[in-house]
Design a protein around this ligand. Structure first.
Ligand code: GN1
Ligand code: MG
Length: 348
């Protein structure tokens, strides 16, 4: 259950926040997020979802300190009065971060927007290319697609009495069959990445410039096609995640790729193997997220949902799964054209 308020014992850990007013903030599906009117300005306070251990904040501190030193705008952790990066309350980690005023959007409304986001991400990747850091919080199997597909197969096997079973099982069969032909990208190098570059995690200023990345719990070492595939499945889908019929817009895709290639800069070159894996990686991420939503349509334990619009968590996640599955079909059917865009962007 999302929390409605920040417990007073939590706020008491920061002198600046003690006794101040908190209000819920943002549309993330995982953590509970609040904006607190600190005495020295607004601060974002979050209770982390159980999948994240408090030690993830050491990773956030290392990466944000590194990119801030290179002149990038980024949220920074606010240490508690005791000097810690987070505190524990009722067995759950809480933390405070500086608030950056900016606009968070759920859907990309134009190619220009995608170009902007991509250019910021390219600068972030360039800024972290020389960071030497071993991540303390490693979420095993984040993009282990076979593992996510196996979890879906298990849910279908175990939840035959579920009210949505027939609709879930039909789509699951299609995804599981496609999942038998996944590309093998295991030889590609790991790079520092954000890990969850959906468009709502990119803040824009009033003039439409992308100014910083937020939602940093997924920072980690991952292959570039997962990082950018996850970005593009969000940015390239102007209809968003709450529709049953999405498609990948090639004009937005092109703008993002060209924006990224143009801003990446020297000294952090990508190999042709990494670039060639981008479109297969994008298709795989769409399939994977479809499988994750679909499994949760039966299990009803993980993704947040909108009780005002759906009768249950299962119904919302089934719709999301249908949306990501249609996006995956759209990517597969346009793969040749998308691959040509990637080749073109790096050949100029
Ligand atoms: C979740 O928490 P949020 O909204 O940033 C999820 C991502 C999914 C995304 C789909 C830790 O992200 O993997 O791509 O929903 N985060 C986690 O909207 O599972
Ligand atoms: Mg996230």
């Amino acid at each position: 259950m999302p929390l409605a308020d920040v417990p007073r014992e939590v706020l008491a850990s920061w002198r600046d926040l003690a006794g101040q007013v908190a209000r819920p903030l943002g549309g993330g599906l995982i953590n509970d997020t609040f904006l607190v009117a600190g005495q020295r300005g607004p601060v974002v306070v979050q209770r982390l979802h159980p999948i994240f251990a408090g030690v993830v904040n050491e990773d956030i501190e290392a990466v944000t300190a590194h990119v801030a030193a290179r002149g990038m705008l980024t949220p920074r952790l606010c240490r508690t009065d005791g000097g810690d990066l987070w505190m524990e309350h009722d067995g759950r980690p809480w933390r405070a971060q500086t608030f950056i005023a900016g606009e968070s959007i759920d859907r990309v409304d134009s190619p220009v927007r995608a170009r902007e986001a991509a250019s910021l991400v390219a600068r972030f990747h360039a800024a972290t290319a020389d960071l030497s850091w071993r991540y303390r919080h490693v979420r095993a199997g984040v993009h282990d697609t076979p593992r996510h597909l196996a979890a879906l197969a298990r849910a279908v096997e175990e939840q035959r009495a579920h009210r949505l079973y027939d609709r879930v099982a039909r789509l699951a069969e299609e995804l599981l069959v496609a999942g038998e032909r996944l590309p093998d990208l295991s030889s590609l190098p790991l790079r520092h990445g954000h890990g969850d570059l959906k468009i709502s995690n990119v803040l824009f200023d009033a003039g439409g410039r992308a100014i910083c990345l937020v939602d940093l719990d997924t920072l980690g070492a991952l292959i570039w096609p997962w990082e950018m595939g996850d970005a593009l499945r969000s940015w390239g889908n102007p209809r968003g995640e709450d529709v049953d019929d999405a498609r990948l817009d090639p004009a937005i895709f092109r703008a993002a790729i060209e924006g990224y290639a143009g801003a990446r800069g020297p000294g952090s070159a990508l190999s042709s193997e990494e670039r060639d894996a981008l479109v297969p990686g994008l298709a795989t991420i769409c399939l994977e997220l479809a499988a994750r939503f679909l499994g949760d349509a039966l299990c009803e334990t993980y993704f947040g949902w909108d009780a005002a619009r759906f009768p249950g968590r299962g119904e919302h996640n089934l719709l999301r799964a249908q949306g990501q599955a249609s996006l995956w079909r759209s990517v597969v059917s346009q793969a040749g054209q998308l691959e040509a865009i990637v080749r073109g962007a790096w050949s100029v």
